[in-house]
Write a protein that binds this ligand. Sequence first.
Ligand code: GTP
Ligand code: MG
Length: 196
Amino acid sequence: MQIKSASFVASAAQVDQCPPENKPEFAFIGRSNVGKSSLLNMLVDKKGMAKTSSTPGKTQLINHFIINENWYMVDLPGYGFAKVSREEREAWKKRLDEYLLKRKNLYSVFVLVDARVTPQANDVEMINWLGEKGVPLAIVYTKTDKIKPKEVEENFKLMQDELFRFWTELPPVLFTSAEKKIGREEVLGFIGKYLK
Ligand code: GTP
Ligand code: MG
């Protein structure tokens, strides 16, 4: 798929403040600092469209971007950020769940997972929860440039073992690096199939 245009639309604190549900939407979720905003920028080939930072917790709101005038990319705040209070984290989790369950035009969710780490409980929980609720998803590994391919493979195998405790057939898995621009065609192609 070609990206002809990409621009910021609006930030919302909760689902009922999001733009009208009249266009297909694809959302990017994952632990804080996993590389959601960087991946969005890499996909549209526009540095700085979504704000990134080495300090976790940069994205605080639900950010909509319109692509090719006809579909939305959504950058969501990360989960599992340690430096906010438990109350704040729970309140955000509730708003995130609400967004994921209520947004009628949500075609698919991309759950981003850091390729460098062994399976994390909150990632596994999120993936299983989406499966249980019937929300379409794909798993996207990020930062694959930071470790050896063999290590990426090892972490993915461990994740597979973890997920097979719950899933009989795994959701699609894609491997990316925002830094090295790896996986761009794969993710855009995945979205493109939905848009056909
Ligand atoms: P929050 O909005 O805080 O939840 O973070 P985020 O998931 O949007 O992460 P963000 O895109 O801001 O990236 C976090 C840090 O990781 C930044 O310093 C990025 O430069 C770095 N980063 C993101 N993706 C990659 C990647 O593919 N490779 C490398 N080497 N670094 C990356
Ligand atoms: Mg972000």
